[in-house]
Design a protein around this ligand. Sequence first.
Ligand SMILES: [Zn+2]
Length: 112
Amino acid sequence: MPKAKYRYPPEANCPTHQTQAPAEVKGDSPCPCCGCITIPNGGDALAYICPVCLWEIDLFLTDENEPSDQNHGLTLVQARQNYAQCGAVLPRLKQYCRPPFPEEIAPNIAIK
Ligand SMILES: [Zn+2]
């Protein structure tokens, strides 16, 4: 069998980009679910997902008991309860969470 001329999928061959770590967004506001300081842009970050609890910022919510379309229909109250119990907005999402960095831990919050 002849050797393929091009590799598929193509591989990046740029040495300046191969060694860069994924960009980490610096948060400046508390997550409405877990309370960690993970949300950038003063909290005005539509669809930004908190890396600690995986709550997706939903700026259209007007009440903590309103189901969030961006969060599997969870309310903020339900998401906080889940985070308190298992460390994520939904138990099956725990594997994708990361622990908060020291600078993200707000005073008086419980870390799971
Ligand atoms: Zn969070």
